[in-house]
Design a binder for this molecule. Structure first.
Ligand SMILES: [Zn+2]
Length: 258
């Protein structure tokens, strides 16, 4: 066994993933060949050590902790789509993102992004009917998502802080991936055409993004504009990308949910 503090990031992540799946520390310790006390330490989010304010957390907004901006851009999209912040007693907040059971790959990316953005906190899964609530507790989640507020997102103004807009401008593809992974989809329509060699089937893939918040739709179209992706409003609460070039770009940065 290796002593605590010298374990590669992958081992810590694996331990937290197993913990998120509901495995007990003793079992995780055996699987990964690390001391139980080390596993408990990681799961409590103590990995970065105690901070001067007594909280076992490093907040990229309040402390000199770097922010993984590409992961943040993705998480911001996922949060605006299907995320929720709850502030509980003693100011400990939880950030939850709801992921449908049909897309385990998306759920993994959300877990990864939560860990990358708040490495001092572990991530856990709460089973719900048809979906999983992926949850992370940290005092400082509201610092990172100042859009947090009472009521549904479409009933209040959703405006990004300048530092958030700068991150989206730097990583628009990641932001769109988060948005489309939560409230978007890639659909394929078919059409047949008679040609000299017979009847051929043509595929027309397109992307839809739907959200009841006009502000969130506006943030989505802004990011699409940054990548020169043409879009149109197909419904009051929905926008579509259907040009060949636009779909090709979204295929690179988003792709089908998986
Ligand atoms: Zn903070």
């Amino acid at each position: 066994m290796q002593p605590a503090g010298v374990h590669p990031r992958a081992t810590v992540d694996r331990a937290l993933t197993l913990a998120g799946e509901g495995r007990r520390p003793a079992e995780i310790a055996r699987l990964l060949a690390v001391p139980v006390s080390t596993v408990v330490h990681w799961c409590r989010g103590d990995r970065r050590g105690s901070r001067s304010d007594g909280r076992h957390e490093g907040c990229p907004r309040c402390h000199a902790v770097p922010l993984e901006e590409d992961a943040y851009s993705y998480l911001l999209g996922a949060y605006l789509g299907d995320g929720y912040i709850n502030v509980g007693r003693r100011g400990v907040a939880s950030l939850s993102v709801f992921c449908g059971d049909d897309w385990p790959g998306v759920a993994s990316e959300v877990r990864e992004a939560l860990r990358a953005v708040m490495p001092s906190s572990s991530v856990c899964d709460v089973r719900r009917a048809g979906c999983t609530q992926i949850k992370s507790y940290a005092v400082h989640w509201p610092c990172l998502f100042p859009q947090h507020g009472p009521g549904k997102k479409h009933t209040r103004d959703i405006v990004l802080a300048p530092w958030q807009s700068a991150i989206v401008a730097e990583h628009p593809g990641r932001f769109l991936r988060g948005l489309f992974h939560s409230d978007g989809c890639r659909v394929t329509n078919w059409a047949t055409k008679r040609t000299e060699s017979g009847v051929r089937r043509y595929e027309y893939p397109r992307y839809h993004f739907s959200n009841r918040s006009e502000d969130i739709l506006g943030l989505c179209t802004h990011a699409l504009d940054l990548l020169d992706i043409p879009w149109r409003r197909s419904r009051r609460d929905m926008l579509s990308v259907s040009t060949r070039a636009g779909v090709a770009t979204l295929d690179l940065v988003v792709g089908p949910k998986y």
